[in-house]
Design a binder for this molecule. Structure first.
Ligand SMILES: [Zn+2]
Length: 368
């Protein structure tokens, strides 16, 4: 895929890696992480961010505190900074991209907020709740200063990643197989080793040397052959190659009409029990677009929340449903819903992908 240049070579002490958090104590690291988050928030959204953005930040910071993950998040931040400095491509492959905090730190690529315009000059935010994906919004101009704005926001609920205690969010990151030695050398020097005895490189699967564990990290070394698209339009045109869709699906999957549909197709291709004659009927005869189907576990979570199921119950239920373990009886509120078709999709799903995985995967293969 991408040509890889490795700038980092470990020869002597002058090549020791300068970690951002390397010289700090545990408490100082947590403080520095908060500082980095606040600085990124101000840079993107100005000194007085929109209330919805402030609320999301607070909710996620609370979830991070509950899961005691700050130190490991800082460790991941440092690892991705090292990768960027050395032009080593990486991809976050778990559900981390549903977190706004990880987006602010530049660890993930896709903004998980609801669709919006953000003025780069005055930082005003204009929400567009009638759209599924901000990338499908046409260009617009800021009402206050006329600056050209493009749409953003892929609308991914943060709970998909953080969950509820005792759920422990982890990190899954991939690197190209060719960078194995540089990566091992970097991990060997990582400051997290001094705080976490478990943070040594381990091969959990003895039969697969391309999977490494490093404390709370799981690192997959991959030989990725997916092509890279040069624009959103190009990505929609190349969707089969990008998604490794080999036309085996019956009935055939539809062409994506929007970025939201392209993301949805990832879910349909990689989920189990989500694409069949009934789903096809919904598109062909009932006028649904792919992104309006149940394609992701996040869609189930949102569907349950929209039917007034309490936050924690909705998350727990969506966690069961995503693995195909649909309970015998579902909450009454769902049967009052206007949409019996979506409920039948939920019951048929046997495995549901996370939307964050789809968005992050696509954005790592599109040059924007
Ligand atoms: Zn403006």
């Amino acid at each position: 895929m991408i040509a890889i240049t490795i700038g980092y070579e470990k020869e002597d002490d002058t090549n020791m890696i300068q970690w951002r958090y390397g010289a700090l104590s545990k408490q100082q690291i947590e403080g520095a992480l908060l500082e980095a988050l606040r600085a990124a928030l101000t840079e993107l959204f100005g000194p007085a961010p929109d209330d919805l953005i402030k609320m999301r930040m607070e909710q996620e910071l609370h979830a991070m505190e509950q899961s005691s993950l700050a130190l490991h998040l800082a460790a991941l931040h440092d690892l991705t900074l090292w990768a960027k400095e050395n032009a080593i491509p990486y991809r976050i492959a778990g559900t981390e991209a549903s977190s706004f905090l990880l987006y602010l730190l530049g660890i993930t690529r896709g903004c998980p907020l609801q669709p919006h315009y953000r003025c780069p000059k005055c930082h005003s935010v204009y929400w567009r709740f009638d759209t599924t994906d901000g990338f499908d919004l046409p260009h617009s101009h800021c009402i206050d200063d006329g600056t050209l704005m493009s749409g953003d926001g892929h609308d991914i609920p943060w709970r998909t990643y953080w969950g509820y205690p005792p759920h422990e969010p982890g990190f899954l990151i991939t690197f190209p197989e060719q960078t194995r030695q540089s990566l091992l050398d970097a991990l060997d020097q990582h400051w997290i080793i001094t705080f976490d005895e478990e943070a040594t490189v381990d091969h959990p699967d003895k039969d697969d040397p391309d999977i490494l564990c490093f404390g709370h990290f799981c690192i997959a070394l991959e030989r990725d052959s997916a092509p890279t698209a040069t624009s959103l339009e190009d990505a929609k045109a190349k969707w089969r190659a990008l998604l490794h869709e080999d036309s085996k699906h019956e009935p055939p999957l539809p062409e994506p009409g929007s970025f939201a549909d392209l993301v949805a197709l990832f879910g349909l291709v990689h989920g189990i029990g989500v694409w069949d004659e009934d789903a096809h009927f919904m598109l062909e005869k009932l006028g649904y677009a792919p992104h309006e189907l149940i394609c992701f576990r996040d869609d189930v979570l949102q569907y349950l929340l929209d039917h007034d199921i309490a936050d924690k119950d909705a998350w727990k239920l969506s966690e069961r449903i995503r693995k195909g373990r649909v309970p015998e009886s579902l909450p009454e509120a769902l049967y009052d819903g206007r949409d019996k078709w979506l409920l039948s999709r939920i019951k048929k799903a046997r495995y549901l992908c996370a939307k964050s995985v789809a968005v992050e995967y696509l954005l790592s293969h599109i040059e924007l």
